[in-house]
Design a protein around this ligand. Structure first.
Ligand code: ZN
Length: 291
């Protein structure tokens, strides 16, 4: 059995093939240009690999409503060349194998639950904090969909009283998570990229405060058993203890089962392949569903 996997990102497309034990046999990365430029190269790669199914974990928003005529398409993304592009239908047409699609972060959440930091659990939330902020949710073993899929990056937060940019930087919302805590938001607020700020800069306290609000929302709303934080901004390891401490402070002892957050808020175990391996799992599920 050969599972094809595509992790679709705004700057690069990572393609891979895995065997039935989910070992990655080969991979190739190409830049994300327009569909006319990028799709033929991807189709050629997968055609040459004789795959039995394809799993796609892609940037959103996506149309994931099975009853929708645009099911499997990219929706109103700010990446204009890909807006309304029928991504999964085009692969299905070209490859003639079972295909599945989900958000890159839902794929990563699935991977971490099955193979990584959430192994053995039924519920986890995976949030990537980088150029954008996105979150995937697994509840009772199932990826969460509904109207479309969770848009964790755009939950609204209470701005910190010391924040010099309390309205945030999102073009759609005032004080949403992505607008307050993404990499570009940090750069807009402080004038330099986050990686150039020293670990004791007030930026990190603010960042931890906002990510802690998100973690508290995840605990309160979906009673998640694990919050997995990945992405470029989270490579600043000083953030983890700061977020955990802030979460405990915000919870105020209300959740009796949370005495410390050391095992509750963690980095991904499959980084940097959580999204790619999650896409392999989506391919496996697509094939099993077909049988
Ligand atoms: Zn927003």
């Amino acid at each position: 059995m050969r599972y094809g996997a595509l992790e679709g990102g705004g700057t690069k497309m990572v393609m891979a093939v895995a065997d039935e034990n989910l070992n990655i046999l080969t991979r190739e990365t190409i830049p994300t240009k327009t569909p006319a430029e990028t799709m033929p190269a991807m189709i050629e790669f997968f055609q040459g690999q004789k795959i039995d199914a394809l799993g796609i974990g892609c940037f959103g928003p996506l149309d994931l409503k099975p009853s929708s005529p645009a099911f499997g398409s990219i929706a109103k993304t700010p990446k204009l060349a890909w807006r309304d592009y029928p991504l999964m239908p085009e692969f299905q047409k070209a490859l003639q194998v079972p295909c599945a699609i989900d958000t890159d972060v839902n794929a990563a959440a699935l991977c971490e639950l099955k193979l990584g930091a959430g192994k053995g659990l039924n519920n986890c939330v995976y949030v990537t904090v980088g150029t954008g902020i996105g979150g995937g949710v697994v509840c009772e073993g199932n990826l969460v969909h509904g109207l479309m899929h969770p848009e964790w990056g755009h939950i609204l937060l209470a701005p910190h009283p010391d924040d010099p940019m309390p309205q945030g930087a999102c073009p759609y919302h005032v004080s949403c998570l992505e607008g307050l805590a993404s990499g570009p938001a940090m750069e807009k607020r402080w004038g330099v990229p986050g990686r150039e700020l020293p670990p004791d800069h007030p930026a990190w306290k603010l960042e931890a405060h906002y990510l802690a609000q998100m973690c508290v929302a995840a605990l309160m709303m979906v009673s998640t058993e694990k919050i997995i934080l990945g992405g470029g901004v989270m490579s600043q390891k000083q953030l983890f203890p700061m977020i955990r401490e802030e979460v405990l402070r915000m919870l105020g002892g209300y959740l009796h089962c949370v005495e410390n957050a050391d095992d509750l808020i963690v980095p991904p175990a499959c980084w940097p392949d959580s999204g790619l391996l999650g896409s392999v799992l989506l391919a496996k599920m697509a094939l099993e569903e077909k049988k």
